[in-house]
Design a protein around this ligand. Sequence first.
Ligand code: ADP
Length: 165
Amino acid sequence: MSLAVCPGSFDPITNGHLSVIKRAAKLFDEVIVVVMVNYKKPHGCFTVEERVSLITKCVEDIPNVKVDAYGGLLADYTKMKKADAVIKGLRAVSDFEVEFQQALINKKLNPDVETVFVTAGAEYMYLSSSVVKQVCELGGDVSEFIPEIIYNDVVNRIKERMTNQ
Ligand code: ADP
């Protein structure tokens, strides 16, 4: 059984993330999407529990995908799960430098795991969670950027956060 881990902040999950997850699910027997709790950005827009729940709704119909959260090192998580690969999505050359460095460090920390880079669909090249939040906060339409099944949850949460600020 091959196992891949898809790590990220997913604050919130976008169609770009989902496209990467679907590709991973075709390449590996099992995929775990893991919300990494970033100690540098402890307060995202969505709580970790909310992010896990949003992702879970989006992958409900993909039987070999599970969702989890982790607050430590990705290398320790991959060791614990005995994963074969880490899947990272690349948008543009700008992603490459950071991802390349992370892949090399992760390889050093856990030599048993390979980092596999995939692209999302070309239509999502420009998409990030930050773009979704910014457009939504300024009243723009984000329906093309996030899965339909979580559209209301995401928009309501971002608006609620705006009014409480
Ligand atoms: P974001 O930059 O949107 O906050 P995350 O930290 O949640 O993203 O990203 C998790 C992974 O998903 C990273 O490998 C990131 O490069 C990838 N990713 C995010 N959005 C896209 C996209 N639109 N196309 C390809 N990969 C993406």
